[in-house]
Design a protein around this ligand. Structure first.
Ligand code: SF4
Ligand SMILES: [Zn+2]
Length: 286
């Protein structure tokens, strides 16, 4: 097989944007390993501990803490350590934790919604990604004062640490269309806008190949229209389209890089373990 090659066809402009790319000359097992690492092992920040100083709202502390935990927090992996691996030995320090405080109070004649944007972080670069995630609706005369501590974690511990809402892949489609007059129903059958009927030439064009999900509705429509050979849809397991939709905690390209590095480290560890096992075997032989 030729060398692996990557083509990005949907480049994220902002941290929240999804990234779509083709991995050429690969196999599904490799892409799936990458996908699983993105979901379960690339770390992000999420709120883990909440200290309630005052809560006179009807919602229990546990409910509020759970909601806070699910708020995506922008993460800088270059400056943060896992709490258990930090030089503070798990006590919590600015290198492994981020403190976010919230102070909300309603007067006797007002009610209000407290949003994620009301959390004040000690580091403005490590703060909630979105400002408008509702946390609680407060009725008149209530107070909520708390300190939330965010720390690094991974999706295999809890989904709140997942850096992606979606990481998926599909085989790269190839669509072959005969350049002859045919029925518009074939293009109209496509639910993804991949095909377009050209009224002038009465032929079908492929306008959006990467959105094809290989559903075969167009092939069925061609058979129904008594023109089964006009379109051929195929796919290759060696060329794979990957879609990465980040939660915003980390940009999509960084998530892919981190996942690839984790996979590389694992392969290096395996090589070392294998070398050691071979050496031991040879020693036993002698
Ligand atoms: S296989 Fe499905 S998505 Fe792809 S072109 Fe045909 S109808 Fe559209
Ligand atoms: Zn620390």
């Amino acid at each position: 097989m030729d060398e692996i090659d990557v083509v990005i066809f949907e480049q994220p402009e902002e941290d929240l944007d999804r990234m779509r790319f083709i991995i050429r000359n690969t196999i599904p097992a490799f892409v799936n390993a990458l996908r699983r690492i993105m979901i379960a092992e690339v770390p992000t920040l999420a709120i883990e501990d909440v200290i309630f100083l005052e809560n006179t709202t009807p919602l229990q502390d546990e409910f509020i803490a759970h909601r806070l935990g699910l708020i995506p927090i922008s993460t800088d992996l270059s400056i943060l350590n896992f709490k258990e691996e930090c030089s503070c030995e798990g006590a919590g320090c600015p290198q492994c934790t981020v403190s976010l405080t919230l102070e909300a109070e309603t007067t006797e004649d007002e009610s209000m919604v407290v949003y994620s944007g009301d959390l004040n972080s000690t580091d403005p670069l490590l703060a909630p990604v979105h400002d408008k995630i509702p946390i609680i609706k407060m009725s008149p005369g209530q107070r909520l004062i708390l300190e939330a501590i965010a720390q690094l974690g991974t999706g295999k511990e809890h989904a709140k640490w997942q850096p992606v809402s979606t990481a998926s892949y599909q085989y790269m489609p190839s669509i072959e269309i005969q350049p002859r007059k045919t029925e518009p129903e074939i293009a109209e059958a496509c639910p993804r806008g991949v095909l377009m009927y050209n009224e002038d030439s009465e032929t079908i064009d492929v306008v959006n190949l990467y959105d094809c999900n290989l559903c075969m509705e167009c092939v069925k429509a061609a058979e129904k229209a008594d023109d089964p050979d006009v379109i051929r849809v195929d796919s290759s397991p060696h060329n794979i389209i990957m879609t990465v939709e980040p939660t915003g905690a980390l940009p999509a390209d960084e998530i892919v890089f981190e996942a690839a590095n984790i996979l590389k480290e694992r392969a290096s560890t395996f090589i070392e373990a294998l070398k050691e096992a071979i050496t031991k075997k040879e020693e036993v032989k002698q």
